[in-house]
Design a protein around this ligand. Structure first.
Ligand code: HEM
Length: 372
């Protein structure tokens, strides 16, 4: 976390103000540079945070001293612990997709009002390229991530899949209600052998069920089971929208199809929901451990009185509510404003700007069917 603050947080924090509020105050190049620095800072930040989280999922490169303290032994093994590369790729792609679907929804909303708006077209087009190209990558990355989890945290996979019994040729349970009391997944709708095929690449491969572990060593199954399906379901909806947009782009109708635009608006929050669902899967699936296999969550409690914990929790809630609320309010205002060429660009290049400013006089300059 120290590395994160030193290498990334200052970079992001320093340039964020210029990015959000400086568009008209600094030149285009500095504004673009500030935007790149925010993106880079966020990426570096994600790297360190994911490394720390991954170490708690798949600890490596440490020893335990006599007094029970963890002692770092191998810096590289700690940072590049076994689940880190998978988690980093999956999380960063998730962030790209979340952004793309939010931007796509805003662009689509403005296109519904005026399909000739050039800025809205650029927003929508870039977002749909991201959806079409990055979603398949995310699905492949998610699959590889799952195989890595199977190797290091098989109980988490058993919970995500709703499997209590160890089976050869295990089915893929599409829907059902895992019940930790009876050790069964009730009302299961399943496809035979597909579970084994996906996880072991062999239709008769063996998959361990939760009963392999003592009850006190297993994660609760219901939450990872549901959140995993929400995440994967949204992933496939994202793929559907991306492919649909590709098809319409190819037909030259990307900016004309109101149904695509409505669907893109509906999918606007999908990335945020998928990310939360993914983290619930990961973190509830890690239970009952804080450091997987080594430190139980029940043993991780600090020796702090309940009122102190309550007070800091309330402080967090208030501060987050204010800061987050202000951020959301500002972003919603930005999203609602019809995108158009900024005044300072108009001053710099009046002719070009006039050609791309939306409005009845200029709309004939924009080709309605240009799909690129
Ligand atoms: C559609 C196919 C997908 C598959 C097969 C998949 C697979 C997985 C798996 C197996 C995990 C848990 C790994 C672990 O805890 O060890 C996970 C977590 C996660 N997923 Fe997905 N995922 C998919 C789609 C998505 C999408 C579309 C998003 C977001 C846009 C997303 C975001 C996340 C996040 C943020 C996490 C938690 C961080 C992590 O452990 O990587 N996933 N995913």
């Amino acid at each position: 976390m120290g590395y994160e603050v030193l290498t990334a947080f200052f970079l992001e924090a320093g340039f964020l103000g210029i990015m959000l509020f400086g568009r008209k105050r600094v030149g285009d190049k500095l504004h673009f540079f500030a935007t790149l620095m925010v993106a880079l800072g966020t990426l570096v930040s994600a790297t360190w945070i994911i490394s720390a989280n991954s170490w708690m999922q798949t600890p490596a490169g440490y020893s335990i001293a006599e007094n029970g303290q963890y002692v770092p032994e191998d810096w590289w093994a700690i940072i590049f612990n076994p689940s880190f590369p998978y988690r980093l790729v999956h999380t960063v792609l998730a962030a790209f997709l979340t952004t793309a679907f939010a931007v796509g929804a805003v662009g689509a909303n403005h296109l519904l009002a005026d399909r000739t708006n050039r800025q809205a077209r650029i927003m929508f087009s870039m977002a749909m390229w991201m959806a079409a190209l990055v979603t398949p990558l995310q699905i492949v990355a998610g699959d590889a991530h799952g195989l890595n989890t199977l190797e290091h945290q098989p109980a988490k996979i058993a919970a995500m899949e709703g499997h209590y019994e160890t089976q050869k040729g295990a089915p893929l349970i599409l829907f059902g209600i895992p019940n930790d009391q009876t050790d069964t997944t009730d009302y299961a709708i399943e496809i035979p052998k597909l579970g084994s095929l996906i996880l072991t690449h062999d239709p008769d491969g063996e998959i361990k069920g939760l009963k392999e572990w003592a009850k006190e060593d297993r994660p609760p199954a219901l939450i990872p089971f549901i959140t995993f399906r929400v995440m994967v379901g949204l992933g496939f909806l994202m793929l559907g929208l991306g492919l649909w947009s590709l098809w319409l782009r190819w037909r030259g109708r990307l900016y004309d199809n109101v149904w695509l635009h409505r669907a893109a608006i509906l999918m606007g929050p999908s990335g945020f929901v998928a990310v939360l669902a993914g983290w619930y899967t990961t973190e509830v699936g890690r239970q009952p451990y804080t450091i997987y296999g080594l430190l139980r969550t029940s043993d991780s409690l600090s020796n702090v009185d309940a009122p102190a914990v309550g007070a800091s929790l309330i402080a967090f809630i208030i501060v987050y509510f204010v800061v987050f609320g202000a951020g959301v309010f500002y972003l919603l205002r930005l999203m609602r404003r019809t995108p158009q060429t900024d005044d300072h660009e108009l001053e710099k290049a009046p002719n070009r700007a006039a050609g791309i400013t939306p409005g009845p006089a200029q709309s004939s300059k924009v080709e309605p069917n240009n799909g690129h």
